[in-house]
Design a protein around this ligand. Structure first.
Ligand SMILES: *Cc1c(COP(=O)(O)O)cnc(C)c1O
Length: 419
């Protein structure tokens, strides 16, 4: 499809550094992917799931008020957050689970950090009738209860990982271990455009539906694109949004990383801006990682849980190095301001991750010529962030609400016993 890897590599980055025992499984996956991505029946079923289950196509909204406020180019927002389960992640997951089903697998495993990928995977498995096990660090299980609850409602088993720092990277290791043991029955549904080849190609391909739709919507409405802006955690929404435009050098591509609260190590999750990150190999691929000189993981920090993985898509790392994609580190405070700006001016509540892209766009808009479009990918919607945004925007009221909820639970203990 678009700017595929060459033998799994994007320039110096990428590759497939997995234990020998997974070699055959990875080869099988690669062969199946190349076959089904050109198979008429597979593509037809995928198309129907995208239309009737995910709710595609997602709207391309003209942000008229924001455009007038900021001056400069016409601002548009691609509303991926309106996809079922609330974000773009479902695009990848539906594709991979359907692929695994065609391969005769019965069981899906996945890693999750904040829980968004876990929720999407659990939902897709429920829809397509697959057994589902989600690995999540014990620390994350405790602090991401709303998503754990959703995964369980969808019928998935959530396994709390107790090794290491008990967060995302430990969940990835556990998932890889499970896969190495159960590869005959099991597909590992990786959550972003990274990991060992061919995952970066697979994930970008399934996410490219965003960019393809955008291209069609712009052609139909005579919108002339000047710039595209997306946020980058692992890099899946940005890859899918940008991919159909990689070769169109007239169109500028901008990517927002988590600048957290500062440039010092541990205060952000910026791999491409600043000098905290290094080239290295981790989790089966070569890219830029936030690790120290001994290769040990640095702490990362971001107000948005989806942007604080320590590595980045090998393809985006390469495109950042060549200058095709321009990166900026957006601070927590700037993301919050952008979230508030688009809520008040456009009536859309962005996910904190997407608000990083919006904040970058606010700085770019005045430089875009009038009549040309600056398009933001709203990767997700912000309902999920109410536990983070409310303590900031309305601390006292939120605290009172939590107290009253606890009280209500304790006094009405037995109300739902019959369930
Ligand atoms: C997970 C997530 C991200 C970051 O993941 P990418 O792979 O970089 O897209 C961004 N936005 C939302 C809403 C997410 O849930």
């Amino acid at each position: 499809m678009y700017n595929e890897s060459v033998n799994g590599f994007f320039g110096d980055y990428g590759g497939c550094y997995v234990p020998e025992i997974l070699r055959g499984t990875i080869d099988e996956l690669e062969i199946a992917f190349r076959k089904y991505i050109n198979d008429k029946d597979f593509l037809e079923e995928l198309k129907l799931l995208r239309r009737d289950y995910i709710g595609r196509e997602t709207p391309l909204m003209f942000a008229k008020n924001a455009t007038e406020r900021l001056g400069g180019g016409d601002i548009y927002v691609k509303l991926e957050g309106l996809a079922n389960t609330g974000a773009h992640k479902i695009n990848n997951v539906i594709g991979q689970v359907l692929l695994a089903k065609r391969m005769g697998k019965k069981r899906i495993i996945a890693e999750t950090g904040a829980g968004q990928h876990g929720v999407a995977t659990a939902a897709a498995c429920a829809k397509l009738g697959m057994e589902c096990v989600i690995y999540q660090g014990e620390v994350d299980v405790r602090r991401q209860q709303p998503n754990v609850a959703a995964m369980e409602l969808y019928g998935a088993k959530v396994r709390a990982v107790k090794s290491g720092s008990r967060t995302l990277k430990d969940a990835v290791n556990e998932a890889l271990r499970d896969w190495a043991t159960n590869f005959e029955t099991t597909h590992y549904c990786l959550g972003s455009a990274l990991g060992p080849a061919p995952f970066p190609d697979i994930v970008r391909t399934f996410q490219s539906v965003i960019g393809q739709e955008l291209k069609e919507q712009c052609a139909q409405r005579n919108i002339e694109i000047d710039s595209l802006v997306a946020c980058v955690g692992g890099g899946s929404n940005a890859s899918g949004f940008f991919a159909p435009f990689f070769d169109d050098l007239e169109i500028k591509l901008y990517a927002a990383e988590a600048g957290g609260t500062g440039f010092e190590c541990g205060k952000h999750a910026s791999r491409m801006v600043g000098n905290s990150a290094r080239d290295g190999i981790m989790h089966g691929f070569k890219s830029r990682f936030l690790v120290d000189e001994d290769g040990q993981a640095q702490n990362t920090s971001s107000i948005s849980a989806g942007l604080d993985y320590l590595g980045i898509s090998p393809q985006l790392a390469m495109l950042g190095k060549t200058g095709r994609v321009n990166f900026a580190a957006i601070r927590d405070s700037e993301a919050l301001e952008a979230l508030s700006f688009f809520a008040k001016n456009e009536g859309i509540l962005m996910a904190l991750e997407s608000a990083h892209a919006a904040a970058y766009a606010i700085t770019l808009a005045p430089k875009v010529p009038k009549g040309k479009a600056l398009i933001i990918n709203m990767s997700g919607r912000g309902d999920k962030d109410v536990f983070i945004t409310s303590p900031i925007f309305r601390a006292e009221d939120w605290k009172a609400f939590l107290h009253s909820e606890l009280e209500r639970l304790e006094t009405n203990k037995n109300v739902h016993d019959e369930y």
